[in-house]
Design a protein around this ligand. Sequence first.
Ligand code: AMP
Ligand code: ZN
Length: 474
Amino acid sequence: MSRIRFYNTFSKQIETFEPIEPGKVKIYSCGPTVYSYPHIGNFRSFLMADLLKRFFEFKGYSVTHIMNITDVGHLLEDADEGADKLEEAARREKKDPLQIAQFYTDSFMAAAELLTMKPADNYPKATDHIDEMIAMVQVLIDNGHAYVVGRNVYYDVTTFTDYGKLSGNTLDDLNAGVRIEVNSEKKNPQDFALWKHDPKHLQQWDSPWGRGFPGWHIECSAMSVKYLGEQFDFHTGGEDNIFPHHECEIAQTEGATGKKWVNYWMHGRFLMFDGEKMSKSKGNLYTIQELIEKGFKKNAIRYALISSHYRQNYNFTFAGLKAAEQAIDKISQCVFTIKQKSKADSSETIRDEVTAFIDKGISGFDAALSDDLNISKALATVFELVKEANKLADITAAEATAIVAAIEKIDSVLGILEEADDSIPAEIADLAERRKQAKLAKDWAAADAIRDEIATKGFVLEDMPGHEYRIKKN
Ligand code: AMP
Ligand code: ZN
């Protein structure tokens, strides 16, 4: 097997991937905070994890993927102070926080399905794991990493020597920039809340420290350990998760278990719009549903969001979405034309040059993605394969099958080709063939009449280059 390499935010280096268990990969992804509609920026990060997961499946690994749903404790500004995002939404929409969470979880799931994200094995909700969080906080108090002040519990960052290693934010640097009005309850300004007391908070639970609610970071530590064990391969998120969220997650989990927790940290750079990070707080966002309502195809949105390298910002534009539609069309036209051509010949040979360009396409795609998910290079090999396939004047059934199988294998990672619709009735296929003959005979009137007849029967005929056509259900 060729080497698979990834950039690890923790080491800040490209590293060769070694799974903890041979043939298996375990991935934890920070999921949505379900207080409003997820936007395409969020999905850029989620699709990075989807690409990673699909790539490992392509390589024959068995993947376990967990994505959490944050439905409590994520405060505005990602800090320890301020309103809970879920509560803000509940007040704004005059609903219960659980109703808010359910509504926006459903909206996230619907958009994820539109983008053909492979479902995670589990989507644990923070509010379903309060007991696990309390248990971990108790361990951290017992072993001296955390302390109780009144009915609040804080993590003492000075007890964790690796604090700052992921983000590069050392305590010295952070303390230098700290504001004067420090919360005096804390031993150190950078200590963060594990459990909070706030009589006004809408969601509260009993705990050994009184009624309260968990800090944001503890949910990912508790739930990832529950579902993936104390050590696993990948943790993913957007770049804004690096600090404080992931830095604090490491301090908590490793503080509690005493073991190295995650081997590879993968972070996606931001999706930008008009030069700014797309974000809920700025309001400069598009949702998947909005783009579909504007007439863009869901697979083009997916393509646009995955087609630039995850360690570079992606600048979202409508022109980019149009280009994505054209790119997908190129690939699906090739598949369609080849399927059509294959009907003409039943000979079962595959020429060496055909085998060669198929192998080159698959191995080039594999090698590119094995190199820290180099998607641009991977896509270039796909278009090279398509170009070679389009050049074939005559093609055997076996060749067509092999080319289509190769493109479908590649698409098991890209996830952009629509499900093939094989349910075109013979009568429609017959009419389409008669129309092609009419066009070849330059009998335009007959060709138009047949197209209309096909339309009245609920199908659309699209012309393709070289007198080929595509039939779709209307
Ligand atoms: P949230 O719902 O705010 O918890 O965010 C969910 C995920 O989306 C997190 O992993 C964020 O890092 C990520 N994210 C938020 N905004 C963007 C953006 N503009 N581009 C890429 N990822 C983002
Ligand atoms: Zn998280």
